[in-house]
Design a protein around this ligand. Structure first.
Ligand code: ADP
Ligand code: MG
Length: 252
């Protein structure tokens, strides 16, 4: 039994079956990648896991509880955090202030705008945010404006904002999309560090096979809304079914 169990999930958009009978089991403390060509249903599946979409049928259980029908912030409180394709940071605030915000949100149980105003006055939260930055090797950039960071460091900061909430499951939707190779490698290193240091499970949607094969322990290939194959990276690499699914779109 995995920490995340998806069973028989279907989702239609009008006449289009975006997800057809999806089953997925993600084991605790593993990195599980979901790959597949454009339009395969990867983002739709992710949106069903975080409460942004409700499947037409099927179940999604996390840590023994159903996520279906819960609001995104409730799912966040259950221990699921999501990292977006473009880092969601506050460009005008400092790196440290960015990490302090989710600490307030967590304490209050929901995101509150007053957190932004009182962000400078809370000693305990400042200490917590500094410790988090040290953990992701960003403490020396604590005073920098978030908007001035490189793409890789923005991703590092966003990750710190997630991890300070101590999620059990981190969902990443193409975390290296549009990045230069150096920033991609920076992100791979960061995710490896996180995995080694924390009791965390990661589910990563990714196009870049270098990232997938550097991190994943299990891979599910989605094609036309249905899992085609699930296996270890060694068995997925060069698998004819996978090549066929991509139709030359990416090198697998
Ligand atoms: N909100 C929506 N309304 C209608 N069709 C959608 C919507 N979201 C996604 N789709 C369609 O569902 C299919 C799967 O999309 P998506 O999950 O974004 O694929 P992927 O992330 O694998 O590229 C695509 O054909 C897409 O056009
Ligand atoms: Mg997508």
């Amino acid at each position: 039994m995995g920490i995340l169990e998806v069973k028989g999930v279907n989702k239609r958009f009008g006449g289009l079956q975006a997800l057809g009978d999806v089953n997925l089991s993600v084991a605790e403390r593993t990195v599980h990648a979901i790959i597949g060509p454009n339009g395969a249903g990867k983002s739709t599946l992710l949106n069903c896991l975080v409460g942004k979409l409700i499947p037409d049928s099927g179940s999604v259980m996390f840590d023994g509880k159903s996520v279906l029908g819960r609001k995104p912030h409730e799912i966040n409180q259950m221990g699921i955090s999501r990292v977006f394709q473009t880092p969601e940071i506050f460009a005008d605030l400092t790196v440290l202030e960015n990490v302090m915000i989710p600490c307030f949100a967590r304490r209050d149980g929901a995101f509150r705008m007053h957190a932004l105003r009182s962000v400078r006055s809370e000693g305990g939260i400042r200490d917590q945010a500094e410790a988090m930055l040290a953990d992701v090797s960003m403490l020396e950039k604590a005073g920098a404006h978030a908007g001035s960071l490189s793409r890789g460091d923005k991703r590092r900061l966003e990750m710190a904002m997630c991890l300070v909430q101590e999620p059990k499951l981190l969902l990443l939707d193409e975390p290296t999309a549009g990045m230069a190779r150096a920033d991609t490698n920076n992100t791979i290193d960061l995710l490896k560090e996180i995995k080694d240091k924390r009791p965390i499970t990661m589910c990563i949607i990714e196009h870049d096979m270098h990232v997938v094969f550097s991190l994943a322990e299990r891979i599910t290939v989605l094609a036309q809304g249905t899992p085609l194959i699930e296996d270890t990276p060694d068995n997925i690499k060069g698998h004819p079914k996978v090549r066929e699914a991509y139709l030359g779109e990416a090198q697998v």
